[in-house]
Design a protein around this ligand. Structure first.
Ligand SMILES: Cc1cc2nc3c(=O)[nH]c(=O)nc-3n(C[C@H](O)[C@H](O)[C@H](O)COP(=O)(O)OP(=O)(O)OC[C@H]3O[C@@H](n4cnc5c(N)ncnc54)[C@H](O)[C@@H]3O)c2cc1C
Length: 315
């Protein structure tokens, strides 16, 4: 067994950021040649540019757990990799444990560091809401891991197009069928992929005031995040929720306005590279993780910040 197989996802004809990061992490691992698995063979050059020598392509349409599990299992049988990596997207996090259980191997989830030593995969995982790190060794062959979004820098390898190996669509009597897919609002970035996230909390007072957060997010090129309190109040959809029962994110910049910084919220964002907090309470726990704290009224600060960003962009 040798090499690393990476489960890749495609959006608008291009590799998703999480997949580019997982491919880059795979290359750096030094566990042999890197191959990609995807449902779209047209991304062979894109996959090659991120270091994949081969692309296992299965024409199996939109994501359905059981069908994807079987197709990926087939690619694993063909390639016999030592390691299988998944970007930590909803699909990657769904697929990895299912496949690991089927192959009776170990999987480390949400890892932010990977190491290949003496034929073993070692991974670091944030635990206890990011307060500590656990280093785990994955048993079984192939060893599997899901990578935390934004934890591994994406780096191009400048390789040629990956060689495409077709994987036949598995005949699976799936117990669940995909009926409908609803896309989020056109052009809106998802918090899972964004480099910048602007989050709003209960300090916004009501749903309509999320427009302040949206305006800043659009001006700065970021995604809209939210605390659970605002999601529970029905001000914004759950897909925006950051935290223990929402999404774990690690963007380059996280701006929190009117968010107190409860432990369950911090669990989802404290590994962000730079954190800016705007809160009128100087004792708010969010300031303990913030690199830059602004004590003040978000209704004054957020629109002023949006204006400054717009001005800076026109210069
Ligand atoms: C099992 C469990 C799981 C949970 N999972 C999550 C999760 O995934 N994500 C999550 O976010 N929470 C989660 N929670 C809820 C969490 O405990 C908090 O209740 C929640 O995060 C609070 O949201 P908030 O910060 O928006 O509201 P609050 O705690 O009410 O904070 C509002 C903040 O706004 C500030 N403020 C008010 N007015 C202004 C103003 N004009 N200008 C500036 N600042 C202002 C206040 O000073 C305050 O700090 C979970 C809880 C449990 C028990």
């Amino acid at each position: 067994m040798a090499g690393v197989l990476v489960f890749c996802e495609v959006k608008d004809g291009k590799l998703k950021k999480a997949s580019r990061e997982a491919l880059s992490a795979a290359r750096k691992l030094g566990a042999g040649d890197v191959a990609a698995f995807a449902t779209d063979s047209t991304i062979a050059s894109d996959a090659g540019a991120y270091g994949a020598k081969k692309l296992f392509a299965a024409s199996i349409g939109p994501y359905e757990t059981e069908i994807y599990t079987s197709a990926l299992e087939q690619a694993i049988k063909e390639m016999q990799p030592s390691v299988v990596l998944f970007g930590g997207t909803s699909n990657g996090r769904d697929l990895a444990p299912r496949l690991a259980a089927r192959l009776n191997v170990g999987v480390a989830s949400d890892v932010d560091r990977l190491e290949w030593t003496s034929g073993k995969l070692r991974a670091r995982r944030p635990v206890y809401s990011g307060k500590a790190f656990a280093t785990v060794e994955v048993t079984g062959n192939p060893a599997m891991a899901t990578t935390r979004p934004n934890a591994f820098p994406e780096e191009q390898a400048r390789g040629g197009a990956a060689e495409v190996v077709e994987i036949a669509a598995p005949s699976v009597d799936a117990k669940a069928k995909l009926i409908e897919t609803k896309a989020s609002e056109a052009g809106e970035l998802t918090i899972a992929e964004a480099d910048i996230i602007v989050s709003g909390g209960r300090g916004l007072k009501e749903a309509a005031n999320f427009s302040l957060i949206r305006d800043l997010a659009h001006a700065i090129g970021g995604a809209v995040g939210a605390s659970r309190a605002t999601v529970d109040a029905g001000w914004i959809d759950h897909q925006h929720q950051v935290g223990q029962t929402g999404r774990v994110v690690s963007p380059n910049l996280y701006i929190a306005a009117g968010v107190s910084g409860a432990i369950q919220h911090l669990a989802g964002m404290s590994s962000s590279k730079h954190i800016v907090a705007i809160n009128k309470d100087p004792e708010a726990p969010i300031f303990r993780v913030a690199d830059l704290g602004v004590v003040g009224d978000l209704f004054q600060i957020v629109p002023a910040l949006t204006e400054e960003v717009k001005k800076a962009k026109t210069h």
